[in-house]
Ligand binder design. Structure first.
Ligand SMILES: [Zn+2]
Length: 166
């Protein structure tokens, strides 16, 4: 999970919502991924998807049996689907996601017996640490947008004096 947290820091450095994922088989790290849908212009560029894609390339196989995925935030429905298609044995996630979590928070994709692959899910690992990284990111973003609005208001004030160079 510490490696997933480091990947989340990479997302944050890129200005993206800080979520990181690591795919391991036993003690071996196969791939890591960080969330970057904005920079990649790709709605599927979630940390889990990036790690799954990279791991499948390494394995030269779209199925990754016996692998475990560690991710700092509860996977969404898209990622849960990809995790099932890849036959991941176990998912370990950090913070719960009350808005899009598909491991019990909003829906529980893995509890549906009609979906034929059964991935073991463990949630809430380093939950407060993983959640704190997200909370501080959003707090920082709200602060920056407040400052931008204040600067815009100040700019409007300056422009309201006709004839003066800005
Ligand atoms: Zn996702």
């Amino acid at each position: 999970m510490a490696l997933a947290q480091a990947a989340a820091d990479e997302a944050r450095a890129a200005g993206e919502v800080p979520v990181g994922a690591v795919l391991v088989r036993g003690d071996e790290v196969i791939a890591t991924g960080f969330n970057h849908p904005i920079g990649a212009h790709d709605p599927s560029a979630h940390a889990e998807m990036v790690a799954l894609r990279a791991a499948a390339q390494v394995a030269q196989n779209y199925r990754l049996p016996g692998c475990e995925l560690y991710v700092t935030l509860e996977p969404c429905l898209m990622c849960a689907g990809a995790i099932m298609h890849a036959r991941i044995a176990r998912v370990v996630f950090g913070a719960r996601d009350p808005k899009t979590g598909a491991c019990g928070s909003v829906v529980d994709a893995f509890a549906n017996p009609q979906l034929n692959h059964h991935t073991e899910v463990t949630g809430g690992v380093l939950e407060s640490e993983c959640g704190a990284a997200l909370k501080s990111f959003f707090a920082e973003r709200r602060r920056a947008s407040r400052e931008a609005r204040a600067a815009a208001r100040a700019g409007v004030g300056a422009q309201s004096k006709p004839g003066e160079p800005l």
